[in-house]
Ligand binder design. Structure first.
Ligand code: PRX
Length: 648
């Protein structure tokens, strides 16, 4: 049986309870692409506007100019939509369940409490002189204060830039400088899997680097009570915030005012700060959360991502809170203190909807079915997957073992740039095929093109593009609109290019095959090969480096590095360790090389371009089908690399 043939049909009881069944999906989808103005004008009414928009969309995908605006004359506030408007009906409902790294620690915060705390936080920021349009960098553990800080920024019109707490001081410094942040909010330390990460120390380190003079204050949440160095610009969060009034009016923001910046990796250059704006983003995050997870009042919803990634923004904080949901936030890692932790958290908080990453599923799967024996997981109703292609085996295991065969599994394809889910099943409407993200969400018009940009019809494979705008789309790259146009709209004129390859089957289902550019996806973390290469060549022993991904059982992709050493430097295992540490320190532990191979030479064309296709094949041990090597300047380097292929 081909994998396409394996179908999990929509169950009648799921369809009966769902917001959207098959007929309704078809009707709504059709309207969303044929009459987008009407469709989105109606959907926009689900938000609370201070001034309702009269202009629904003005979007231009080029080639002359790329300009994307949604609801541009509308005014609203994101924190108001996520908090204030719920107070009357659900003030005492839990908004955030926080589960600590240590299983004995947890906390429930109601909408009323969250509203009060966010307002105090916002007043504290105002006291520091933060206002509309100012950029605030967050470098936080997964604690409620991270969500509060995001919401406090939005309340006063400040723009947040969350930097994942696993990034190095260097990576943090680059992002602070690029966004000209005035404030950094952090914690003394974070706690993950029983280990402490010195966040404040990393911030101190980062602020020693060039370009970070823009920072006036560092606001520090006390999480562990660990020792921290204290300087003149440092302030304790509790000393500033506890004494503030809990009355802070929400600023009326324009729908196209920036809401946040989030950095992500591309195939070239430094990470790009994607700019997301207020109205369209919030509407899209809320709608996708409601429909894809079929969220209903009273459901307990858990997304295991970190707020440092877009998934945490849209599906831990903004989407769920805009819908008045109860969202669970987990500080730790799924394998601590035991591999059964994820299921135990589900039982402890009676989680109904679980949204996680294929890498987490594969890590559990490697321990066998018994790994879930410490929990019943009877509360689960729906499962979700995000971040990378999920292989059908992992899909089936997730469905059968974690979900006990009872829960629809929604594989959601999207990107930092898209703001929200783009291709995914709706549980009451879409038959599931393991490994396929299935069909587009409302308003999303995917297409497959060949390398010349010709649109391909029917069952086929090609490069995935999106033909028209959707409200959640990133509007620009912070401070560099030209790069935005160049990166996303120049490969295929007039279309948004995703960077992903994709197959479409006879039923019109989409199967994402992975990146077609030089971007790696390691455990769902997106990384540019160029970033890792430039880190390596900055080391004195390294003359040249080439980084490729290779198939990895748990991580999806592993990082395989070919290094050419400078003349006179002897290769050694010790040096491999040094280079590994170097990259970890430079970028962060997520960029740890899995394999380093010494390469006396790299395969290059006569014009000096490294042929990564060949390096990828060698790394994957697919050396039989190397393809055409006739354009190589020196074909013998390939034989040497194959002969000395690093053992794994
Ligand atoms: O290659 C796709 C992969 O992750 C990339 C986007 O990464 P990032 O911006 O970090 O956002 C991750 C979370 C939304 C995509 O270009 N990707 C993400 N989800 C899937 C996926 N690949 C296949 N299937 C998915 N469900």
């Amino acid at each position: 049986m081909s994998e396409d043939a394996k179908v999990h049909p929509v169950k009648p009881d799921v369809a009966a309870r769902a917001w959207v069944d098959r007929e309704r999906y078809q009707a709504m989808y059709q309207q969303s692409v044929e009459a987008p103005e009407d469709f989105w004008a109606e959907q926009a009414q689900s938000l609370d506007w201070f001034k309702a928009p009269s202009v629904i969309r003005s979007t231009d995908f080029g080639p002359e100019n790329v300009d994307v605006r949604w609801f541009e004359d509308g005014q609203l506030n994101v924190a108001h939509n996520c908090l204030d408007r719920h107070l009357e009906e659900r003030g005492d409902q839990v908004a955030i369940i926080w589960e600590g790294d240590d299983p004995s620690e947890s906390q429930s915060i109601t909408y009323r409490e969250l509203h009060a705390r966010v307002s105090q936080f916002a007043n504290g920021l105002k006291e520091l002189g933060v206002g509309r349009g100012d950029v605030v960098t967050l470098y936080m553990p997964m604690i409620p204060e991270a969500a509060m800080a995001m919401l406090a920024c939005t309340r006063i019109g400040a723009v947040h830039s969350v930097v994942f707490g696993g990034f190095s001081p260097d990576a943090l410094a680059g992002r602070i400088a690029d966004s000209s942040s005035r404030i950094v909010i952090t914690a003394d330390e974070s706690l993950r899997g029983g280990k402490r990460v010195p966040l404040k120390e990393n911030v101190d380190d980062a602020l020693e680097r060039d370009g970070t003079d823009c920072v006036d204050h560092v606001l520090v949440v006390r999480r562990t009570g660990g020792d921290v160095h204290w300087g003149s610009r440092d302030l304790w969060f509790h000393e500033l915030v506890d004494r503030q009034s809990s009355d802070c009016p929400a600023e009326a923001m324009g729908a196209e005012d920036p809401l946040f910046i989030l950095y992500t990796s591309g195939s070239t250059g430094t990470p790009k700060g994607l700019k997301h704006t207020t109205g369209g983003y919030l509407l899209y995050a809320a709608m996708t959360h409601r429909y894809v997870f079929d969220y209903h009042d009273g459901d307990i919803y858990w997304c295991t991502a970190d707020v440092g990634w877009v998934t945490g923004h849209s599906y831990i904080v903004y989407g769920p809170l805009a819908n008045g949901a109860t969202t669970l936030m987990f500080e730790g890692v799924p394998s601590y203190p035991t591999h059964g932790r994820m299921g135990e958290i589900v039982d402890k908080h009676q989680v109904n909807i679980l949204y996680t990453a294929p890498t987490a599923v594969r890590a559990l799967m490697a321990h066998g079915d018994g790994v879930m024996d410490s929990s019943s997981r009877d509360s689960l109703r729906l499962l979700g997957s995000v971040g990378e292609p999920i292989n059908p085996e992992a899909w089936e295991w997730f469905h059968r073992v974690i979900g006990k065969g009872n829960c629809p599994l929604v594989d959601t394809w999207w990107q930092t740039e898209t703001g929200g889910i783009m291709i995914a099943p709706l549980p009451g409407a879409t038959d599931l095929k393991p490994g396929s993200a299935t069909l587009p969400f409302f308003g999303v018009q995917p297409a497959l093109v060949d390398n010349e940009g010709n649109i391909l019809e029917g069952a086929t494979e090609g490069n995935l593009v999106i033909l028209d705008s959707w409200p959640g789309q990133a509007r620009s790259i912070w401070g560099n609109h030209e790069r935005y146009v160049q990166t996303y709209f120049s490969t295929y004129a007039g279309m948004y290019f995703t960077g992903d390859g994709c197959r479409r089957d006879e039923d019109g289902y989409y199967w994402i095959t992975g990146r077609v550019d030089d971007v790696l996806n390691v455990s769902g973390h997106r990384m540019g090969t160029a970033e890792i290469e430039s880190s390596l060549v900055a080391h004195e022993a390294v003359a040249e480096a080439a980084v490729v991904g290779y198939p990895h059982d748990i991580k999806g992709q592993g990082i395989y590095i070919y290094v050419t050493l400078n003349d006179g430097i002897e290769p050694s295992d010790e040096l491999k360790k040094t280079l590994t540490q170097w990259v970890r320190k430079d970028i962060g532990p997520i960029a740890s090389p899995d394999v380093i191979q010494w390469a006396p030479g790299l395969p290059k064309t006569r014009s000096g371009k490294i042929m990564r296709r060949i390096l990828r094949k060698i790394a994957a041990n697919e050396t039989d089908g190397l393809g055409d090597t006739s354009t190589l300047a020196d074909p013998t380097v390939v034989d040497d690399l194959i002969e000395h292929r690093a053992n794994r």
